[in-house]
Design a protein around this ligand. Structure first.
Ligand code: NAP
Length: 544
């Protein structure tokens, strides 16, 4: 510690070695490990409880779409021994309970300040500390500022004005009321048919009087196979946990299965079809994560797989008028996040469900009694649900007033160009670390649990390294950051992803810099890049 830092520690009653913002999957993991390393660390959490995504997104039907045995933590044998999963793809309440269980088992709650929204974080160059201010007027100071604020937590709320006039209930899926919402006898409207909207629609349709779905872009969807898990299943997961812990770090997308090796066209047509049928029967994202990489690179392969998927969808829809509305035609399979569904397409066979195309006649106004489109057509509703998505990757950071060296704000920096170093640090922001940030592997093409824990590991190791070597700060150089961005872009541009509009590319947020938010070189290559940075003594970073 230098003299200025020593003075800061003495002067500030709320001085910490590290402050972790966010008590979701990454934040809890980081808090646990930094504390285990002997750091004075605290976690500031805007919500009233732990679990991040699984605390906020308590909408009906919310469910994880990675298998429970790879969405769990592997770091605590006690947790592995004592927790039993009920379903292969657990619903929100079970996932939230699990993260609370981990929190209590690891005694993390005492180091989390709930209902504490971080408004600003300003780097003070003189003391090499971050000065953090919260909405409830508290002030904190820390050497290391670790943002685990969630890749998909900055909600894009009302897509049109008028909320204040609506007589019924209106809410975004990520700000769902904690008290149960009764849909009985209600006319419900859902705007948005992404992974979230699909879960809401298929769940609410049988509960309400009438459901109107306002769809702008249809989705490819895979039917989820979600068996209940037995004691034997859980015992098997436990026995296999050590192998699984290693396995998820060895695959492209952090799953237990990996992309196919070899060339798609080397297989004759009937074998290709057999392969796709086998993958489809899994009823999971393996159809994406264990498919051929060419699906996402080669237009012709993508077209064949898209035709396979739309064939499956047609069989389920079995109605030409609905097929025309529900089958995507403007983008290829997998270039947007593919949802898993449970009877989603069949929901439109119900008499109480209507599908309204808002691609040309857009949602324009929330009225006293419902929702009005640009054409003037109005839909009377009692409950209006916005499943309209998030400012992915960057939004949760830029909504905090983060200022680095020379007063540079992160928002300005990213408004000019969305750039990070390994998705873990940003040039100009010393001792600021991020998980779930742009240009690292993420939800767009990764089992989130794997990539978040891997990113947190790098941050934890780096903090230990700095402290063990008596260092005060770390910051990537502009050159190293530029090299990472260039590598990221080269990979992204060799794929089909940038051609499709979605949150992956930031096209869902007006004015957002267009860049694929997720790193597509694969988790293994990414891990290698992170390890090289560490093992080289942080070449490409300035250490003071
Ligand atoms: P999303 O994929 O961005 O979908 C938002 C939906 O809202 C889209 O259908 C979008 O239409 C529509 N929309 C937005 N603004 C609109 C407007 N003004 N008028 C009409 N429609 C509008 O968001 P999401 O469904 O919340 O999912 C985000 C991500 O969260 C997913 O991709 C996934 O990574 C994650 N997620 C995971 C799970 C899980 O693990 N089970 C569940 C839910 C979500 P356009 O497509 O035309 O823009």
């Amino acid at each position: 510690m230098n003299a200025a830092q020593t003075r800061a520690v003495k002067a500030h009653p709320n001085h910490y070695d590290a402050i972790v913002v966010g008590a979701g999957v990454a934040g809890l993991y980081t808090l646990y490990h930094l504390r285990a390393a002997g750091k004075k660390v605290i976690c500031l959490e805007a919500g009233g409880g732990v679990a991040g995504t699984w605390y906020w997104n308590r909408y009906p039907g919310a469910r994880v779409d990675s298998q429970a045995y790879i969405y769990q933590y592997f770091f605590s044998q006690e947790v592995l021994n004592e927790w039993d999963w009920g379903e292969l793809f657990p619903a929100q309440p079970e996932t939230e309970r699990y993260l609370n269980f981990v929190t209590d088992k690891c005694d993390l709650r005492k180091d989390i300040r709930f209902n504490t929204h971080v408004d600003s974080a300003v780097y003070d160059e003189a003391t090499q500390t971050w000065q953090i201010a919260t909405a409830n007027g508290e002030r904190y100071e820390t050497k290391y500022f670790v943002g685990c604020v969630g890749m998909l937590s900055a909600a894009l709320k009302d897509p049109c004005p008028g909320r204040e006039h609506f007589k019924g209930l209106v809410c975004h899926t990520s700000a769902w009321p904690h008290a149960p919402v009764d849909f009985t006898g209600k006319r419900v409207g859902v705007v948005g048919t992404g992974a979230t909207g699909i879960q809401v629609i298929q769940t609410v349709a049988p509960l309400c009087r009438h459901l109107t779905v306002f769809q702008r872009t249809p989705q490819y969807s895979i039917p989820m196979r979600n068996p209940k898990l037995t004691a034997e299943d859980n015992a098997a997961y436990r026995r296999n946990a050590e192998a699984m812990r290693k396995r998820v770090r060895e695959t492209f997308a952090g799953f237990h299965t990996d992309l196919q090796t070899g060339n798609y066209w080397d297989r004759p047509p009937e074998e290709r079809n057999k392969f796709l049928e086998q993958m489809w029967a899994e009823g999971s994202l393996c159809f994406v994560a264990a498919n051929y990489a060419e699906v996402f690179i080669d237009e012709k392969v993508n077209a064949e797989v898209t035709a396979f998927v739309t064939g499956k969808m047609r069989k389920r829809i079995n109605n030409p008028e609905l097929e025309a509305k529900l089958i995507p035609t403007t983008y290829g399979f997998g270039t947007r996040r593919v949802p898993l569904d449970t009877g989603y397409l069949e929901t439109y066979h119900r008499d109480n469900v209507d599908l309204v195309d808002v691609s040309t006649d857009s949602v324009a106004q929330i009225t006293e009694n419902g929702l009005r489109l640009a054409s003037g057509r109005e839909y009377p509703l009692d409950i209006l649900v916005f499943a309209t998505g998030f400012d992915g990757g960057s939004g949760a950071f830029t909504r905090i007033d983060i200022r680095g060296r020379d007063g540079q704000t992160l928002k300005d920096y990213w408004d000019k160009d969305l750039r990070t170093t390994l998705g873990l640090q940003v040039h100009g922001f010393p001792n600021f670390f991020t998980t779930g940030a742009p240009l690292a592997p993420s939800a767009a093409f990764c089992n989130m649990q794997t990539c978040l824990c891997q990113q947190a590991d790098w941050i934890i190791d780096t903090i230990k390294y700095l402290d063990d070597h008596g260092l005060h700060s770390i910051e990537p150089t502009a050159e190293y950051e530029a090299a990472w961005v260039a590598q990221h872009d080269a990979i992204a541009n060799s794929t089909l992803f940038p051609r499709t509009k979605s949150w992956y590319m930031g096209t869902n947020v007006d004015g957002k810099t267009r860049r694929l938010v997720t790193y597509l070189g694969g988790d293994v290559a990414y891990q290698q890049a992170c390890n090289e940075a560490k093992e080289s003594g942080y070449q490409g970073f300035v250490l003071t």
